[in-house]
Design a protein around this ligand. Structure first.
Ligand code: BGO
Length: 410
């Protein structure tokens, strides 16, 4: 049976399209080894049944998140017959960033331009034929929600499968285009499948590619240092350079196919676009980033949360007064941050356990050497290692900030 993979950004409408295509045949499991949902089902309405696999929502094929690794491994190793790339037409530029990476694979592909009902409502238009010509891949306008053109989409995918496809890149004329071309030749000679995709990733210094092709990675680095870095008189950050080149190409060649009925005011933008406008603003972006970093460290390490102890001197003085150990967990120069509270609580707990352990061993008549080994050596060492845990946890799970941002953007 033919196998089609649905790939797209989170919120592009992948699940809605998957449900529309597979209906009651859908079943949900987990991808091997991870708790990421794997949805699979069969499309039965076409000339032949097709196995549809819904890949996790991703923004790129870099191996930074479990979702990206799953999607990347699937498209590279499982050899889907066709990739249906779902693109949210209301967020064309951002969604096409992934498209430019999928295009680099030697896999037949169709772009499902979703949410066209929203586009119609706004009066915006996309010149689909121009977009199709520029991308070099069939584009089908659909509305997954209204199930418009979803059968046509599969039909176009079934047609695409009939012809083998060789990957194409939008990076040919970019600064690193020659490095990518050289790496592609080297990987082709080595017999690597999807050489263009791997070549781009190798030039990006993608950790998986560098590990798999160390000699080629060195050659790429030397080529860039000798031939390209000089053009700028500085070291090249290949990953940033490639991301920038992709966006520049998308803006120049693809986004221009979108005509907006009118210019939207800030209030009319989606939450996601509003967040982008503010957070990536030329002037406000870095100060906001520094404020967020400061807030994360403040909530992790401060013994004077929100500077309450300094703002209310009487409270600060009361906090500094030594009293019970429990009070010390929560207050020092002011109110402690969650990171410090957890640190102090764990310290109190491990000290208490250490005391109980010592008393227990003494009661059993243990020698000083055994006491020292168990209480100071083993338990003391374990406690010292454990003591880092709360703050690392708060620091790395400073996700409240990112979670709030996610909920707001959704
Ligand atoms: C909510 N048109 C419109 N108008 N909406 C669509 C279309 C379309 O063609 N396709 C999808 N959506 P997912 P991922 C929602 O859930 O499939 C909507 O992440 C809501 N939910 O209905 O989940 C779809 O799998 C409350 O919207 O995307 C869904 O890729 C208010 O896009 C959203 C408004 O679709 C994401 C929308 C409680």
């Amino acid at each position: 049976m033919l196998k089609f993979a649905l790939a797209g950004n989170p919120n592009s409408g992948k699940t809605t399209l998957f449900n529309a295509l597979t209906g009651s045949t859908a079943h949900v499991g987990n991808w091997p080894g991870v708790t990421v949902d794997k949805r699979e089902g069969v499309y039965k309405k076409g000339s032949e049944p097709v196995d549809i696999v819904d890949l996790p929502g991703i923004y790129s094929l870099s191996p930074y998140t479990p979702e990206e690794v799953i999607a990347r491994n699937f498209v590279l190793d499982e050899h889907p017959d066709c990739i249906i790339n779902i693109v949210d037409a209301t967020n064309l530029e951002r969604n096409l960033y992934l498209t430019t990476q999928l295009m680099e694979l030697d896999v037949p592909m169709v772009v499902a331009l979703n949410m066209t009902d929203v586009l119609d409502k706004r009066g915006d238009t996309i010149d689909v034929r121009a977009l199709e010509k520029r991308i070099g891949i069939p584009v089908v306008e659909i509305s997954a929600l209204k199930e418009t053109n979803v059968d046509l989409l599969v039909e176009r995918a079934l047609e695409a499968v009939k012809t083998a496809r060789t990957g194409e890149t939008v990076l040919k004329d970019s600064l690193l285009g020659s490095a990518i071309a050289n790496a592609e030749i080297a990987l082709k000679l080595k017999g690597v499948e999807a050489p263009l995709f791997h070549a781009v990733k190798l030039v990006e210094k993608d950790e998986i590619e560098v590990k798999n092709h160390p000699a080629e990675a060195k050659a790429v680095e030397a080529f860039i240092a000798e031939n390209l870095a000089g053009k700028r008189g500085e070291k090249i950050d290949a990953e940033a350079e490639i991301a920038d080149a992709r966006y520049k190409y998308i803006t120049a060649r693809f986004s221009s196919t979108l005509t907006r009925a009118r210019k939207y005011s800030f209030d009319e933008l989606s939450k996601s676009d509003k967040a982008d406008k503010v957070l990536t603003n030329k002037w406000a972006g870095i100060p906001i980033f520094l404020v967020i970093l400061f807030a994360i460290f403040h909530f992790t390490f401060s013994e004077n949360l929100l500077f309450l102890g300094s703002i209310i001197p009487a409270f600060g003085e009361w906090c500094a007064l030594e009293c019970s150990a429990i009070k010390g967990v929560f207050f020092a120069g002011g109110l402690n941050s969650p990171g410090v509270i957890l640190f102090n609580a764990l310290d109190l707990l491990t000290s208490q356990i250490g005391e109980w352990l010592g008393a227990g061993l003494e009661a059993l008549g243990a020698s000083d050497a055994v006491l020292g080994l168990v209480c100071d050596g083993i338990w003391g060492g374990l406690s010292a290692v454990l003591s880092f845990l709360p703050q690392i946890l708060v620091l790395s799970c400073s996700s409240p900030f990112w979670k709030i941002a996610d909920i707001w953007r959704a």
